[in-house]
Design a protein around this ligand. Structure first.
Ligand SMILES: NC(=O)c1ccc[n+]([C@@H]2O[C@H](COP(=O)([O-])OP(=O)(O)OC[C@H]3O[C@@H](n4cnc5c(N)ncnc54)[C@H](O)[C@@H]3O)[C@@H](O)[C@H]2O)c1
Ligand SMILES: [Zn+2]
Length: 370
């Protein structure tokens, strides 16, 4: 299948997204066409580097490029100020300036961290994203949000900064674990709920063949997931274009995330992964949507069925609903009340700021597995 191109158009900037297989050889052509500096520094998740570093180096060398690599330990704990300081020091040591492209190679941790460093060093270096997890390809590498964590909270420091180019290369998906696939699938399902009946039905129909079996993904599976990844990226781009700085419309991307953040935090980020919490959170949004926005209960059942088919949880165990509620209240940003994105129907959501605590608690009780 041919490489597909999507463009995110912003005032004064166009970001190109290429989706396909074995895309790295397009980089030299892209550099030439767009005047993006061909001198490149690749900041990579060290695990991803172990899997793909040699192959990447070979591709670059065959086109006359000699990339430098900086390796970062995998995991959320690398998304911190100390790593940013290390990166700035490395940039100085390597005499990086605006005529060097900086590339992030890895999952969402790498794209968030490197994008933040690139956005702030010398007030902005040319940036290329090469996301390697399904979650990063479908979500984190799309839309220009950068972020690092403080001990007081996740993603508290960040900026809006767009790359020149994003390579969504499905070859990387073949080595993902089941856990990482499920994390990405939760966001793809969320995006299909925002997209509408057509997109959601397509996923329902495909659920049998894209539900992942075995310990790891496969080449065959990575090809099957491609149209749904494409649909998710296209949908996110269309939302971001309408509201690049998350003042309004873009908030709908948080569908399921108010419950999810509460569930993740109540489990101290150990009990549930982000994708698992999002899956439960999507069901929470449907159940609360039933109460507040007359979301049809049969649509909630369809959402539950699809999530279960993909081996994602639809109820939480062990956690205490009051604890989850407290975490949701702590997490509230900007407004005094907790903000929810609630579905009215598949494909239509509303932003709700004023929901009685009792309704939320009631939903949290329903979300707990007996
Ligand atoms: N900026 C945004 O809009 C946005 C949106 C969603 C999530 N995020 C951020 O993304 C992060 C989560 O991203 P993630 O789930 O990709 O996590 P991650 O970057 O930690 O990657 C998950 C794991 O997968 C491994 N990995 C990466 N690519 C691989 C591959 N091809 N094969 C095998 N293993 C591979 C990594 O080494 C890591 O252990 C969070 O920090 C979150 O805040 C940002
Ligand atoms: Zn998410």
């Amino acid at each position: 299948m041919k490489t597909q191109k999507l463009t995110l158009t912003l005032p004064g900037k166009k970001v190109e997204y290429f989706l396909g297989e074995n895309l790295l050889p397009v980089l030299p052509k892209f550099f030439k066409k767009t005047n993006t500096p061909a001198k490149i520094l690749i900041i990579a998740d060290s695990f991803v580097h172990k899997l793909y570093g040699k192959q990447i180096e070979k591709i670059f060398k065959s086109s006359g490029h000699h990339p430098e690599f900086v390796l970062i330990s995998p995991g959320e704990s690398s998304k911190n100020l100390n790593q940013i300081k290390n990166l700035y020091e490395k940039f100085c040591q390597l005499k990086i300036s605006r005529n060097t492209s900086v590339a992030a190679l890895g999952g969402g941790v790498m794209t968030d961290l490197v994008s933040f460093a690139a956005s702030t060093f010398m007030r902005g270096l040319p940036l290329i994203l090469i996301p390697t997890t399904l979650l990063a390809q479908a979500d984190a590498a799309v839309g220009g949000k950068t972020g690092i964590n403080l001990k007081q909270g996740k993603n508290l420091v960040g900026s809006f900064y767009h790359p020149e180019l994003v390579l969504l290369d499905i070859q990387f998906l073949r080595t993902l674990s089941q856990k990482e696939i499920r994390n990405g699938m939760a966001e793809i399902i969320k995006m299909s709920l925002l997209e509408g009946e057509k997109g959601f039905q397509a996923l329902e129909k495909a659920s049998e063949e894209i539900q992942t079996c075995g310990r790891k993904a496969s080449e065959e599976w990575s090809k099957k997931i491609r149209p749904y990844l494409y649909a998710a990226v296209r949908k996110k781009i269309s939302i971001v274009e309408k509201d690049p700085y998350e003042k309004n419309e873009r908030m709908i991307l948080n569908l399921g995330h108010t419950f999810a953040h509460g569930i993740e935090a109540a489990g101290e980020y150990k009990t549930y992964s982000h994708g698992e919490a999002v899956a439960i959170g999507l069901v929470g949004a449907c159940l609360l949507g039933e109460k507040i926005e007359k979301f049809p209960p049969e649509q909630t059942r369809r959402v539950e069925k699809l999530l279960s088919k993909i081996h994602l949880p639809i109820r939480y165990k062990k956690l205490n609903p009051i604890q989850v509620f407290d975490q949701m209240a702590l997490d509230k940003k900007k407004t005094e009340t907790i903000r929810f994105i609630l579905p009215k129907t598949i494909g239509k959501v509303v932003i709700c700021d004023k929901i009685a605590a009792a309704q939320v608690l009631d939903t949290l009780q329903m979300l707990k597995e007996d």
